[in-house]
Design a protein around this ligand. Structure first.
Ligand code: CA
Ligand code: CA
Ligand code: CA
Length: 250
C-alpha cells in the first residue's frame, strides 16, 4: 500500500479533462473524432485561388498551389476587409465601423467585403440593360463572380460598328452581340461571340483579354451587348479593385 501513496496527489494535480476525461472508455475513438473535427475546421479555412489577388493581400498571403498561404490560416482564408470611411462606402445592409465594412452585428462578412456595384447596375438582364448614349462607358466592374452586364445601343445610320471592351483591369471579358427584336422589345438572334481581341502571350498584355466585335449594322437598328467575366472563380471580386473594364461602341 505504501508504495502507491504517490498516485493520489499526482491525479489531484492534473487539470480537469471534462466529462469523460481520463475515464473515457474509448480514448482512441474520441481522439480520432477530435482529429476529424480539427481537419474539418482546417479544410473550411482553406481559400482556393488562382492569383495572389484572390487572397487576403493585406495579411501578406500569397497563392501557392491554388491555395492562399503565407500567414495565419484564419487570415489567409478570408477575403480582405473592405475599407471605408462612411457607410456609403459599404454595401446595402453593411455599416462602416473601425474603418472597415461590417455586417449589422458588427462582424466581418464576405458580403460586406465585396466592392459596391458599379454605376451601371443593375444591368444583369436584357430587360435592365443600360443604354449606350454615344460616349464610352468607363468604370464597369464585375462586383460579383456572377455579374454580367447588358448594354443596349441604337444605330441611326448604316455603318460598320465596333463594340469593344478596353482598359481591362484583372478581368477577362467575353462579349456576345445580339440583335434587338423590335417586335418583342427583347433579345433577338445571337450575331457574334468574342473572347480575346488579341493573342494573350508574351509579352503579356491584359488588354488582349478584352473583346472586340465589328458588325455591319443597318440603319435604324439596335443591339444588345452582353459582357461577362470568363473566370468562373469568385476570385478577385474581393480585391481592393474589382475586375473591371470600359466599353466603347463606335
Ligand atoms: Ca457590372
Ligand atoms: Ca451587371
Ligand atoms: Ca477575354
Amino acid at each position: 500500500m505504501v508504495r502507491y501513496s504517490w498516485i493520489v496527489p499526482v491525479l489531484l494535480t492534473l487539470p480537469a479533462l471534462g466529462c469523460g476525461g481520463i475515464q473515457d472508455p474509448n480514448l482512441e475513438e474520441a481522439g480520432q473524432q477530435g482529429l476529424e473535427q480539427v481537419g474539418e475546421a482546417q479544410q473550411a479555412l482553406v481559400r482556393s485561388c488562382r492569383t495572389d489577388l484572390d487572397c487576403n493581400v493585406y495579411a501578406n498571403c500569397t497563392c501557392l498551389g491554388n491555395v492562399c498561404q503565407g500567414g495565419e490560416p484564419e487570415l489567409c482564408s478570408a477575403p480582405p476587409q473592405r475599407a471605408c470611411t462612411t457607410g456609403a462606402d459599404c454595401r446595402s445592409g453593411c455599416s462602416c465601423s473601425g474603418g472597415s465594412c461590417k455586417d449589422p452585428g458588427g462582424t466581418y462578412s464576405d458580403y460586406c467585403a465585396k466592392p459596391l456595384p458599379d454605376a451601371y447596375e443593375s444591368d444583369d438582364t436584357a430587360q435592365t440593360a443600360e443604354g449606350y448614349l454615344g460616349t464610352p462607358q468607363t468604370g464597369h466592374t464585375f462586383h460579383e463572380a456572377t455579374d454580367v452586364d447588358w448594354v443596349l445601343v441604337y444605330v441611326a445610320s448604316a455603318k460598320l460598328v465596333t463594340f469593344e471592351t478596353y482598359n481591362i483591369q484583372a478581368a477577362d471579358t467575353v462579349m456576345k452581340l445580339y440583335a434587338y427584336n423590335a417586335s418583342t422589345g427583347g433579345v433577338g438572334a445571337l450575331l457574334a461571340t468574342q473572347d480575346n481581341k488579341c493573342v494573350f502571350d508574351w509579352p503579356y498584355d491584359m488588354n488582349c483579354l478584352g473583346s472586340k466585335i465589328t458588325y455591319n449594322a443597318p440603319a435604324q437598328s439596335a443591339f444588345f451587348v452582353r459582357i461577362e467575366n470568363k473566370p468562373a472563380w469568385a476570385a478577385n471580386v474581393y480585391s481592393p479593385g474589382a475586375p473591371g473594364y470600359s466599353l466603347r461602341i463606335f
